[in-house]
Ligand binder design. Structure first.
Ligand SMILES: [Zn+2]
Length: 251
């Protein structure tokens, strides 16, 4: 009898451990997979004003480029997009937009969307409201003065935000746009063209938001080379590339 009880206890303890470590593993996996995961402990992620993908029902994908514009790399990327008649979204830094306004004009003229990243690439979660607001407004002003349009999309640096950042986005009728967690190309880390291509192509799904950078000297050529493979491949598979605002349009 005693042995049976001990056996049952051991069984119970094994089951409890499996459940505990299972839940723990899921938690760790998600927190690694999505940098914005920790925000999900707030109610913020429930808000529809924060997006990391579009509708899964339409065969559309959004390419996004952060930190530009850059006088060489952004132009090269725009050339590729033009060649395939593909529209994308550029989350710019205000300070780079100020230096290279002709690129904002070109992006706008060629049908791409320009969004706000920040002025100086600050971590907005760690800054006072006044600083966040100034970074946002200065960048918005640069976009508006060069294109005559106000940005409707906003990606805070590192994908981190809090209530203050969220409120500023809402006040300015901007959506906070993250990226689909498995579509972080990590091009900034110089992983190799093949790796970038594989990451994006092997997991591509309807509604994905793919993250690239157009102002990272170390990896820019890899980003450009990867785009030359990714775009025709996904077009052949029937995907259409759209801006974020187009991706989020309700049918
Ligand atoms: Zn960035």
């Amino acid at each position: 009898m005693a042995i049976k009880m001990i056996k049952n206890r051991v069984k119970l303890s094994i089951i409890v451990n499996i459940i505990f470590f299972g839940v723990f593993a899921i938690f760790v996996f998600h927190s690694k997979a999505s940098p914005a995961f920790l925000n999900k402990v707030d109610d913020l992620a429930e808000a529809t004003n924060i997006v990391s993908n579009g509708s899964r029902d339409r065969k559309v994908i959004a390419l996004t480029f952060d930190d530009g514009p850059h006088p060489i790399y952004t132009n090269k990327i725009l050339d590729i997009l033009k060649e395939y008649n593909v529209k994308a979204t550029f989350f710019i830094l205000g300070k780079h937009g100020e230096l290279y306004p002709e690129l904002l004009i070109r992006q706008n003229q060629e049908g791409h969307e320009i969004g706000i990243h920040s002025y100086n690439h600050i971590n907005m979660k760690k800054e006072k409201k006044e600083v966040v607001e100034e970074e946002f407004n200065k960048t918005q002003q640069i976009i508006f003065s060069k294109t005559g349009r106000k940005a409707q999309v906003f990606r805070p640096p590192y994908g981190t935000y809090n209530q203050t950042v969220y409120d500023i986005a809402v006040k300015n009728q901007c959506k906070i746009v993250l990226w689909t967690y498995y579509q972080d190309s990590k091009d900034w880390s110089n992983p190799g063209t093949d790796k970038i291509v594989e990451t994006v192509i092997s997991q591509a799904r309807n509604g994905d938001i793919i993250l690239f950078h157009d102002h990272n000297e170390a990896s820019e050529n890899q980003t450009i080379e990867a785009l030359k493979e990714i775009i025709p491949d996904l077009i052949n598979k029937g995907y259409k590339f759209v801006t974020i605002s187009e991706l989020l349009k309700q049918e």
